[in-house]
Design a protein around this ligand. Sequence first.
Ligand code: FES
Length: 173
Amino acid sequence: MKALKNLNKRFPCKCKIVSLDLLSIFLKYKDKKNDIFPLLSDIKNKFGCITEEDLVCITEHLDIPENKIRKIIELHNEFEIVPVKQHVIRVCGGMVCQLCGSDKILETACDELEIIPGSTTEDSKFKLEVVECVGLCEISPIIAIDNTFYGKIDESDAQALIAHEKQKVNQNP
Ligand code: FES
């Protein structure tokens, strides 16, 4: 099992919740404040979701009123705001991952989280998604926890990763 990349380098800034990746997106849009749709698309593509925290960051760093951003989100089905500190676990359901046993990985994730794909745990802390090929077929099957991707995993790896994540989240709610 390999942790491929950790894109979620969150670190405290003035608003204490922004990440380097989010800052690079903000730089791109600092003179294009009316491009809210592409801005939200970039955030969703980078992080897999848009959180309440992200809204606070956008408002603080780009000076775009929060209600304006919420309106765009309401108008477009591809966007939804997930609660603060929700973690998204994604299992790749692409063809190559399926051939490498992603169904079993998904089953393990469902068991460990006690939910079905597309739903959220009762405490709202985790969401489980099946996604299309994430472009890492050479190390299939793939699971991602937030923006960290793990390749060549088996069921016990998946179980251990999710159990570890749950423990971490429960220790630092
Ligand atoms: S099919 Fe899963 S990474 Fe390509």
